[in-house]
Design a protein around this ligand. Structure first.
Ligand SMILES: NC(=O)C1=CN([C@@H]2O[C@H](COP(=O)(O)OP(=O)(O)OC[C@H]3O[C@@H](n4cnc5c(N)ncnc54)[C@H](O)[C@@H]3O)[C@@H](O)[C@H]2O)C=CC1
Ligand SMILES: O=C([O-])CC(=O)C(=O)O
Length: 340
């Protein structure tokens, strides 16, 4: 259903959802499975051959979603869990994806979601740390720049934080960058893998177009470049505005979440050279007080295998980084302070 072009580089290719090179299969949980992202994400995970078992949890609606998804004709087992069954849902899981929490409405920033989502994410991370402390946790709930430090600090308090196992899912920025660049240049998204680094909100989203064959000629070319960068940074707002109060990106996010989960599962299975951006505990800008950062990360049998350096930046990208770091630092500190 999904296979298309062959792997052209070590990067997770932009226009393909699933790739399976190895047979290892994994038990995966989705927390927030009844929601706008959770439902299509659960469906896509049901069709991922590297998933053997799906555990769907939400405070409302997960058993119904599980019954529905379970009829899809792939071999994985699906079970739904009600509000009071979180521990059962997490029993034995190796990968936990968290899209639980409220989405934005027009006029809101992602940071405006902090008050509601911080405690949801902290409580879910506490349960994962207690029931499945060696699980890999993929955080989708916003504000990602703060919710990932919340998960890390929560697990640290429990004495089970392992920086190779906690990921902020920034794949939607990569998916958007690929699609928007392809639209500007009249090329295929498959040729437009863009490393998007930094964080996941506005100015903290930094596309490194100078590092792409297709995009590098646009860098510094006035309005076309500026508009493209702005569209990648504020793609989420486009969807929030168009949905007009009914939420934010759900379908493209489910696609992006399934794509990142598949990349991780391939790495865990022993596939080499699986490299994609993700927001992790990172040494790259630690000296500047920014200890979580998204950059190209190699995924391996333990999770984070290698954090790649940023590589050469154009003067325009240096400026984007200058705007990114102070905001990202604030977002990270806010998350840590919430748990402390
Ligand atoms: N990382 C990214 O790129 C993106 C992140 N998001 C974020 O994902 C989150 C979810 O978005 P949607 O699915 O559209 O929202 P939604 O409101 O449609 O679904 C959220 C689900 O979470 C559930 N939930 C709430 N508290 C829970 C708890 N304690 N345990 C388990 N489930 C709980 C709700 O019952 C609901 O089913 C939002 O915070 C949104 O901002 C959205 C798009 C992209
Ligand atoms: O914009 C939002 O609130 C949801 C999100 O993170 C995105 O679409 O990138």
């Amino acid at each position: 259903m999904f296979a298309r072009s062959a792997l052209r580089s070590s990067l997770v290719p932009s226009s393909r959802l699933f790739s399976t090179s190895t047979p290892r299969q994994t038990k995966v949980a989705v927390l927030g499975a009844g929601g706008g992202i959770g439902q299509p994400l659960s469906l896509l995970l049901k069709t991922d051959p590297l998933v053997s078992s799906l555990s769907l949890y939400d405070i409302r609606g997960a058993p119904g979603v599980a019954a529905d998804v379970s009829h899809v004709d792939t071999a994985s087992e699906v079970k739904g869990y009600a509000a009071d069954q979180l521990d059962q849902a997490l029993d034995g899981v190796e990968v936990v994806v968290i899209p639980a929490g409220v989405p934005r409405k027009p006029g809101m920033t992602r940071d405006d979601l902090f008050n509601t989502n911080a405690s949801i994410v902290r409580d879910l991370a506490t349960a994962v740390g207690r029931v499945s402390p060696s699980a890999h946790i993929l955080v989708i709930s916003n504000p990602v720049n703060s919710t990932v430090p919340i998960v890390a600090s929560t697990l640290s308090k429990l004495g089970v934080f392992d920086p190779t196992r906690v990921f902020g899912v920034t794949t939607l920025d990569v998916v958007r960058a690929s699609r928007f660049l392809s639209m500007v240049t009249g090329t295929s998204p498959a040729e437009c893998d863009v490393p998007v680094v930094g964080g996941h909100s506005g100015a903290t989203i930094v596309p490194l177009l100078s590092q792409t064959d297709i995009g590098k000629s646009l860098v510094g070319k006035g309005e076309t470049y500026d508009k493209l960068v702005n569209r990648i940074q504020f793609g989420g707002d486009e969807v929030v505005k168009a949905k007009d109060g009914a939420g934010s990106a759900t379908l493209s996010m489910a696609y992006a979440g399934a794509k990142f989960a598949n990349a991780l599962l391939r790495g865990l299975s022993g596939e080499k050279g699986v490299v994609t951006p993700t927001f992790v505990k990172s040494p790259l800008f630690e000296s500047q007080g920014v200890d979580f950062f998204s950059s190209l990360v190699e995924l391996g049998t333990k999770g984070v295998e290698k954090i790649h350096p940023l590589g050469p930046l154009s003067p325009e990208e240096e400026k984007l980084m200058e705007a990114c770091l102070p905001e990202l630092k604030k977002n990270i500190e806010k998350g840590k302070a919430f748990v402390a």
